[in-house]
Structure formats: structure tokens, C-alpha cells
Design a protein. Structure first.
Length: 592
């Protein structure tokens, strides 16, 4: 293989790696800039949709296909209660028509209550789902706080006692009540009802602080934080926006003091923030120029945008209240406003509605594949309203005590493992005794050339990622994957040979310089290290690697009886690179 061939092959490999990293692993993100005025206008449009599409009995248009102008006759009492709750949130924000529309929805619900000795619950079509009662409690409590009207205080307590009756000693919340056998349905749980009950009871505790609601809410919160995903067999773990609502109420319990969260709740809040952050990045990448190609054609429903925003906004409020989560304030605010911007862009406006068979059912709604559902408007409405406070507060602080980026030493270690000086030493020509000084000189020159490019890549990382709208966590994940691939390749490939051993310094320099300069993992990792930690990791790692390379060449280690042992050491370093790549990828995925 000639020097030119080796240069071209290494350059092509690096080019392919960068295309894969920036094109597939870490594509650009699309996050529209939004203002509070835009969010309120979008929320008002959703409120108006509810007002226009409410039936005389107080129920709403449930599932509508704009292409055929057909609505299905089915209905869902839990989502009805959620719509009531969302509209009361809008009423609390001062939005016209929200209170009257929500009150008509409440009247529909009050006609469908059933009671036992000391509790009351929502009953429809032979089923009693716990979630409907939980969301009705939350909605009526929001109404009480916003209006000062206490007409529903007795009902709130009776509804709350039903939620308490559905809560097991472990904190698990049973999903439904059997009206025929007059007992809770054993062993049946819901993905959402537990968090809804948590939030509802937490609100009741703040409204009626001396009546024991907080003890039950805390029990549910502990169950969510420690057991729910395992006991109820949820894998991967659930992104629970209702739990985020509950946490944002829990931190306001006066008896908790400061900081308010338990250690388990603190860890749970962080893990939830990581899940919501990763999902938001994926969605924002989906709407970038080629995102549909590499992230799939799937688009969120209006409810999908909404639950993401609700979860992020709830966790942001939690982070504001607990100083141990202060470092999450900025990232959560950024993700929430990104999701709000995407939601606004996806909402149907008057122009979209003008060409529809029934414009009143289209304007203000969120459609996917020509279909909208009542909870699309409810979740999007609630998410937008809860994000308004984030924008007004100016987001979170960037001067946080805890840094989610990998430590400088970790980046330096991974860079050193990607350099793999033991493996590189096999590619230095002129290892014979009479050429020892020349070989050492080549190793130092080649290493210096590689070091300069690695340092340049580290310096280029921050502006390059900013210019391409690529987030640091996404790039970190992609760089970690490249490191894993490079480590696996090093594990099974033979070390590079010293050919061609040609006369002349340039020809002899090529074999050692090019593996360092154009090693894809090294350059990609240098970009990522620069984006996260500046040039310090490269300044630390590369001189150590070059010095080790020169020492091995000077000792003629790869030409003697120790060569076999050094090959195994090179493989061991490759295993370390795989582990380091996995660590970086995980940290990138779980970064908020």
C-alpha cells in the first residue's frame, strides 16, 4: 500500500464517520423560538375549539376525522375529566370562555357520580376508572383556587376519599372499581392513573392541610419513585407527566422544609428529566431538514406535544423549588420551550380550517393523519399554559452547581484509549537497532502532527455544533457509538504494519501520522470533548499518548519477544475504549 493510498483510505474513513455522526447519530434540531404571547394565543385557540365543539349536555366532540368530516360516537370519561381540568387551568390563566365551558363539562360529570358510605366517584357505562375521579379532583381544586368559590368542598373531600380507598399500603393505586361486586378490582393498574391520583391528593393536601391527604400522596410518590416500574413491569421506565405534576405540588408542602424532596424523590425527578429530555431531542431532530429520514416519519399527536410539555414544566417547577435540582432548571426550560414551539407550529389555524368541510372543528385543533381527539387539545393546552411561566421567569440558571457533562478526566481517558499508543507503535517504520533514533523521531513527529489536529478539532467542536444546530448531548451519544465501533474493530484487527518503509522523511512519516490524524474515533471524540470540556482533555491526553508511543518505539518493544504481549495490551485498551464509548453514549442519551 502506497503512502497516498493510505492517506486516501484514512481520509475517506474519517469522512464517512463524520457523515454518519452529523447525518444520523446527531442530526440538527429544530426548536422554534416562541413568546408568551404566541403561547397564550395558541392556548386561547384551543379553548375556543372546546367552546365551539361542546354539546348541549356538556360533553365534547371526542374523535373527529377532518378528511371525512365524521365523528365517532365513542366517549371516554377519563379524557372528559382531563378536558375539564385543562379548561380550569386556562380559566386560572384568565382565558375567556374557559370557565363557562369547563363548568358545563363539570355539570355533565356531576350527573354521572355514584356514592358509597363516605366516598363519591365518577361512573359511566358500567365502569369506574380511578383516573376520572383524580382528574376531576384536580380540576375542581384548580377552580377553587382560581375563583375562591368553595361550593365543591364537600364533593372534593368525598372524591378524595375514593382515591384514598383505591390506594394500597404500598402506594400502588388500583385502576378501577367494580360496581357489580362493589370492590376495587385487585391487581389492575394503569400507566397513568397512579400519577393522576398522586397529583390530585397532593393538591388536596395543600387545600386542606390538616386532613391527612398528604400522607397518602407521599406514599404514592414513594411508590412511583422506587417500585412502580418494577412492580407493574414497565420497561423502559415510564415518562410520567402526571408524576411531574405531583412532584411540583409535593415540593410546596410546608411541612417538608427545605430542601423538600426525599432522596428517592430527588433521584426519580432526575431520571424523569433525563427521559423527557431524550424524547424531546428525538422529536426536535425529527423536524430538522432530514430528520424524517433518520428519525422516522412518525409525528406526535397534539397530546404527545402536550404531555411532553406538561412533564418538562412540572419538573422545572420541581427544580426551582429544590436547590439540589438547580442545574436542571436551564435544560428543562430549554426543552419545554422547544416543545411548545413545535406544538404551536403543528396547530391548525384559520387558514388550515378554511378549506376543511367543517372549519369549526378544525381551527385550534391538532391533527395527525387527518384525525384529532379531545385530549389532543387538552394536553397541548395545559402544556402551553404551564410553559408560559417558564418563559416569563427567563428559564433556569446556567450557573448550576452540578454539571451533567462527562468529567474532564473521562474525556481525556477516552481520547487516550482512542489514540491507543500501543497499537499505533506497530505502525512506526524503522524499528531496527540502527534506526532507533530515526524511529523515535518519526513517532514524535507523527504524534505531534496528530496532536495538532486533535487540538484543532477540540477547539472547533463548540462553534461547529452551534452552527449546525446539533446539541452537545446528541453529539456525545453519536461520538460514543463511534468509539464503540472503533474499539470493536481494534479488538479484532491486527495492528497496523510499518509499510511502506520508503526513504525520505515524508514517506516514512505517513504510516505513523495518518493513523493518528485520520483515526475517526479520535477526531470525532475530540469534537465532542471540545463541545463539552474545551481543549483541556486533549491537552492532557494527547501528550501522554505521544510520549508513550515514543517510549515504546525507543524500547523496540514491538519488534522483539514482547510484541505478542503488546498486541494483547492493545486489545485491552480497545476494550477500555468500548467501555468509554458506552459510558459517553449513555450520558448523552440521559442528558436533559
Amino acid at each position: 500500500m502506497t503512502p497516498l493510498t493510505r492517506v486516501l483510505r484514512a481520509g475517506a474513513t474519517l469522512a464517512v464517520a463524520l457523515v454518519l455522526v452529523f447525518g444520523v447519530g446527531a442530526p440538527p434540531e429544530h426548536c422554534p423560538t416562541v413568546t408568551t404571547a404566541q403561547m397564550r394565543a395558541s392556548a386561547q385557540s384551543a379553548v375556543d375549539w372546546f367552546a365551539r365543539n361542546q354539546r348541549a349536555d356538556g360533553s365534547w366532540l371526542y374523535l373527529y376525522d377532518a378528511d371525512t368530516d365524521r365523528a365517532t360516537p365513542e366517549y371516554n370519561v377519563v379524557r372528559h375529566a382531563g378536558a375539564v381540568m385543562g379548561l380550569y387551568q386556562a380559566a386560572a390563566a384568565g382565558m375567556p370562555h374557559a370557565l363557562s365551558t369547563a363548568d358545563r363539562g363539570t355539570a355533565w360529570t356531576l350527573d354521572r357520580l355514584t356514592s358509597r358510605d363516605d366516598w363519591t366517584t365518577v361512573f359511566l357505562g358500567g365502569e369506574i376508572p380511578t383516573g376520572a375521579t383524580a382528574l376531576l379532583v384536580a380540576g375542581l381544586d384548580i377552580r377553587r383556587e382560581a375563583t375562591g368559590d368553595r361550593r365543591y368542598d364537600t364533593l372534593l373531600r368525598r372524591l378524595g376519599r375514593f382515591l384514598v380507598a383505591q390506594t394500597q399500603p404500598s402506594g400502588a393505586v388500583l385502576a378501577s372499581y367494580d360496581p357489580i361486586h362493589d370492590r376495587p378490582v385487585p391487581g389492575e393498574y394503569s400507566k397513568y392513573y397512579t400519577g393522576e391520583a398522586y397529583w390530585a391528593l397532593a393538591r388536596l393536601h395543600r387545600t386542606f392541610p390538616r386532613e391527612g391527604w398528604g400522607e397518602v400522596a407521599d406514599r404514592i410518590g414513594a411508590y412511583l419513585a422506587t417500585k412502580r416500574d418494577h412492580v407493574e413491569h414497565h420497561w423502559p421506565p415510564i415518562e410520567d407527566h402526571w408524576a411531574a405534576y405531583g412532584l411540583s405540588e409535593t415540593v410546596r408542602f410546608p411541612e417538608r422544609g427545605r430542601p423538600p424532596l426525599t432522596a428517592d424523590e430527588l433521584g426519580y425527578a432526575r431520571s424523569q428529566a433525563e427521559l423527557f429530555g431524550a424524547e424531546t431531542r428525538w422529536i426536535s431532530e425529527r423536524f430538522a431538514p432530514w430528520g424524517a429520514v433518520v428519525r422516522g416519519p412518525h409525528k406526535p399527536r397534539g397530546g404527545g406535544y402536550g404531555v411532553m410539555d406538561e412533564g418538562l414544566a412540572g419538573l422545572w417547577r420541581t427544580a426551582v423549588a429544590d436547590p439540589r435540582l438547580a442545574d436542571l432548571g436551564g435544560p428543562l426550560a430549554e426543552r419545554a420551550t422547544c416543545m411548545a414551539g413545535l406544538a404551536i407550529a403543528a396547530q391548525s389555524d384559520a387558514a388550515d380550517a378554511a378549506g376543511a368541510p367543517n372549519p369549526s372543528r378544525v381551527e385550534g385543533a391538532w391533527f395527525r393523519d387527518g384525525e384529532t381527539r379531545m385530549d389532543d387539545q387538552q394536553h397541548a393546552l395545559a402544556g402551553l399554559l404551564r410553559t408560559v411561566a417558564i418563559v416569563r421567569a427567563g428559564g433556569g440558571s446556567d450557573d448550576a452547581p452540578r454539571d451533567e457533562t462527562p468529567a474532564t478526566w473521562l474525556w481525556a481517558l477516552v481520547l487516550l484509549l482512542a489514540l491507543n499508543p500501543v497499537r499505533a507503535a506497530f505502525g512506526v517504520p524503522g524499528g531496527a537497532t540502527e534506526a532507533r533514533s530515526s524511529a523515535v523521531e518519526l513517532a514524535l513527529l507523527g504524534g505531534a502532527a496528530g496532536a495538532l489536529l486533535v487540538l484543532a478539532a477540540s477547539a472547533l467542536g463548540p462553534p461547529l455544533l452551534d452552527a449546525l444546530d446539533v446539541s452537545d448531548p446528541s453529539f456525545r451519544t453519536a461520538a460514543g457509538v463511534i468509539a464503540v465501533v472503533a474499539g470493536i474493530a481494534d479488538l479484532f484487527r491486527r495492528p497496523p504494519g510499518p509499510e511502506p518503509a520508503l526513504p525520505g522523511r515524508l514517506a516514512a512519516l505517513v504510516p505513523v501520522a495518518i493513523p493518528l490524524i485520520a483515526r475517526p474515533a479520535l477526531i470525532v471524540l475530540a469534537l465532542g470533548a471540545g463541545a463539552d470540556r474545551g481543549i483541556v482533555p486533549s491537552v492532557v491526553a494527547i501528550p501522554i499518548g505521544v510520549a508513550a508511543l515514543a517510549a515504546l518505539v525507543a524500547a523496540q518493544a514491538v519488534d522483539g519477544s514482547r510484541a505478542r504481549s503488546l498486541r494483547w495490551i492493545a486489545r485491552l485498551l480497545a476494550v477500555g475504549l468500548i467501555a468509554g464509548g458506552v459510558t459517553l453514549a449513555i450520558q448523552g442519551i440521559l442528558h436533559v
